[in-house]
Design a protein around this ligand. Structure first.
Ligand code: PAF
Length: 272
């Protein structure tokens, strides 16, 4: 495994190489990431990971400063997984050049997390676009846990007619159904249990919807139940059709329940 900090160096190393699979990350790697790396390794000849905590996708400096940093552990995990190259840039390596492509941000960016995190998705699409211009991967591997991010990156790449193919990977959950997330590192055992309980309430509600034992409008009751579990704030709890990205009318549609809520000061998102 080679760790490269400089953009022209990684660009030169990879130039002309076939079937490059890329997994962008902000570090604090967990089992969700591991599954992305394994998918990338299976489906590519050369696997590249990046670790870059992108300040432009945080609305508050405080959140950026607080983001978990675990570089030594992350690098040793990547080495164990036999990742070929790790791009570990400083700010200027990513932002110190004029990108070729203009950022395309679909109106879906103003829904869900976009309502609560102004500028977040612009920052995400910008950094991914830049990383792709540097690495020029044939495939980029992204998790369905961050479904809105996944959709917006896909739409951007389609709009610029990029050759990079987006491979979406399943959400990985622990045995109590909680999705893995770097933010889980902030949670105490008690708070992890709280998050697991809430996830299971949402999963149960979806099952009841699917067998017509509940109505979409019962989501308001579910929200109250979640608040009763000791959640500090629910940003949103919304049901969306995964293809139209609109509220479904019928329970036979392919939909997920999207959630964002705070346990203490930790904001957790998921879709089930
Ligand atoms: O999902 C993430 O970790 C980040 O949003 C990403 C895609 C690495 C961009 O900074």
């Amino acid at each position: 495994m080679e760790v490269i900090k400089n953009r022209s160096q990684i660009f030169n190393k990879l130039s002309g190489k076939k079937n490059i699979g890329f997994v962008p990350t902000m570090g604090a790697l967990h089992k969700g990431h591991v599954s992305l790396f394994k998918n990338a390794k299976k489906q590519s000849k050369i696997t590249v990971a990046s670790i870059f905590i992108n300040p432009k996708q945080f609305s508050k400096k405080q959140d950026y400063n607080k983001y978990p940093r675990r570089q030594v552990k992350d690098l040793s995990l990547l080495k164990k997984l036999k990742i070929d190259y790790v791009f570990l840039p400083h700010f200027n390596e990513v932002y110190g050049f004029k990108a070729n492509n203009k950022i395309y941000l679909d109106k879906f960016s103003s829904k869900l997390c976009g309502k609560f995190r102004p500028g977040h998705f612009k920052g995400v699409v910008d950094v991914v676009n830049r990383l792709i211009e540097i690495i020029k991967p044939h495939k980029i591997f992204l998790g369905e846990k961050d479904f809105q991010q996944l959709v917006l990156i896909k739409q951007h790449l389609k709009s610029i007619k990029s050759k990079t193919k987006v491979i979406s990977c399943n959400t990985i959950r622990d045995k109590f159904n909680l999705s893995f997330s770097s933010r889980n590192f902030y949670l105490s055992k008690k708070d992890l249990d709280k998050a697991r309980n809430i996830t299971n309430l949402i999963i149960k509600f979806k099952k009841r919807l699917k067998i017509n034992r509940a109505k979409f409008s019962d989501i308001e009751t579910l929200k109250k139940e979640i608040i009763k579990k000791g959640v500090k704030k629910v940003d949103y709890l919304e049901i969306l059709n995964l293809n139209t990205l609109k509220t479904p009318k019928k329970t036979v549609e392919k939909f997920n329940i999207f959630s964002a809520y705070y346990i203490n000061n930790v904001r957790l998102i998921d879709n089930v």
